[in-house]
Design a binder for this molecule. Structure first.
Ligand SMILES: CSC[C@H]1O[C@H](OP(=O)(O)O)[C@H](O)[C@@H]1O
Length: 374
């Protein structure tokens, strides 16, 4: 494992490109392999196979995908449609695609030639990439401040689910960026890493990131989390999000909802960390969130880096059916706080979310609904 980070996503200009070069997350932790996406179908396949994954990074990849189509002279509108439809739950994907497509269309409307319009789409993707890195740093600050407020003394034993570090982000991630800040502040006593079946984003990716940060971490089977709560070994749960509905319902990796119920039962703070680009005011509530259903073989076979997300070692009889939702939905009432780059909403109410999203990045306010800000 090298000391240097292989970029999770980088734009390759000619003669190497145009291409979007990804760190292939299906090969981690065994191999830090790059995957070159030289056209939109290759990028769509990478999104669907989770070679690139995680809501904020999906938005960034989607935006670069539009820039790639434009640079190749492909039909941008069709490319944008294919990219936005590649995975349905993470709202950031369609958001990033739309931003780059609008930049392209705006340039064309102003009379730009194809090269200039392609450059406009690329510039928008690079802006989004940079903005997400800045958002990650701000979320880390707000999240650490919240942990300090909630748990002012003692070392922290934090539990995470799935993967929310730099592998999902233009920067250090979402929830994991808060864990990283706590660790660097000398507050992290133990990081409990849910393995996160079936694709093991926790065991494969969060453990990989925690090891790189020299954190004190332990991987656990998802169904062992309950006994940790019962033993009083969890001080807070931190998760990311793929879509947050207008009422504060949170879609996140499957297994998040049971953790929220456990946290409530054991009176442990359950914190959701996500950029405001993950909030979707067009989706009214949790019931309206489309939850991606994935291939049964992801459940009936153990993933192997060589085989990607399917084609691993069978653990069920061949042809077994499986229930494999990629996400579940946690109602706002079970969320202790929503941490974004613009501040913290606690409790998570529709008004609080609306106020948070209406704030400019420079806006600072603590509203009566319990909203805090930096
Ligand atoms: C903050 S984005 C990380 C988010 O994305 C993961 O889903 P997937 O690995 O399927 O892309 C999971 O929901 C994480 O919480």
């Amino acid at each position: 494992m090298s000391d240097q980070h292989v970029p999770v996503a980088r734009w390759a200009r000619p003669p190497e490109g145009p291409a979007l070069v990804l760190l292939d997350q299906t090969r981690l932790p065994a191999e830090e392999a790059e995957l070159v996406c030289a056209d939109v179908p290759a990028l769509v396949a990478a999104i669907r196979s989770l070679a690139v994954r995680g809501a904020p990074l999906l938005g960034i990849a989607g935006a670069y995908g539009v820039a790639l189509a434009a640079a190749r002279g492909d039909t941008v509108a069709e490319a944008a449609r294919l990219l936005a439809e590649a995975r349905p739950t993470a709202v950031n994907l369609a958001y990033g695609v739309r931003r780059a497509e609008r930049a392209y269309d705006g340039a064309v409307a102003r009379g730009a030639d194809p090269a200039e319009a392609a450059a406009a789409a690329l510039a928008e993707a690079e802006d989004l990439h940079r903005e997400d890195a800045e958002a990650s740093d701000r979320m880390a600050g707000h999240g650490l401040a919240l942990l300090e407020e909630l748990l002012p003394t003692g070392d922290l034993r934090l539990l995470t689910h799935c993967n929310t570090g730099r592998l999902v982000s233009g920067g250090h991630g979402t929830a994991f960026a808060v864990v990283r800040a706590a660790h660097r502040a000398g507050r992290l006593r133990q990081l409990w890493v849910d393995e996160t079946r079936p694709l093991l984003q926790g065991a494969r990716l969060t453990a990989y990131e925690a090891a790189r940060e020299a954190m004190p971490y332990s991987v656990l089977a998802d169904n062992a989390a309950g006994s940790l709560f019962a033993a009083g070994q969890v001080d807070a749960v931190l998760i990311g999000a793929d879509r947050i509905a207008a009422d504060g319902s949170v879609a996140n990796k499957v297994g998040s909802y049971p953790l929220a119920v456990l946290a409530r039962h054991h009176r442990v703070p359950f914190l959701v960390v996500a950029p405001v680009t993950t909030v979707d005011p067009e989706t009214p509530d949790g019931a309206a969130i489309v939850v991606e259903q994935r291939d049964a073989r992801e459940v009936t076979e153990l993933p192997s880096p060589a085989a990607g997300t399917t084609g691993g070692v069978p653990v069920a009889p061949s042809g077994s059916a499986a229930y494999n939702p990629a996400f579940d939905v946690t109602p706002p009432g079970l969320v202790s706080a929503l941490v974004t780059e613009r501040g913290v909403v606690s409790p998570v109410t529709e008004n609080g979310i609306q106020e948070l999203c209406s704030m400019s990045l420079s806006g600072e306010s603590r509203s009566g609904n319990g909203m805090m800000n930096s």
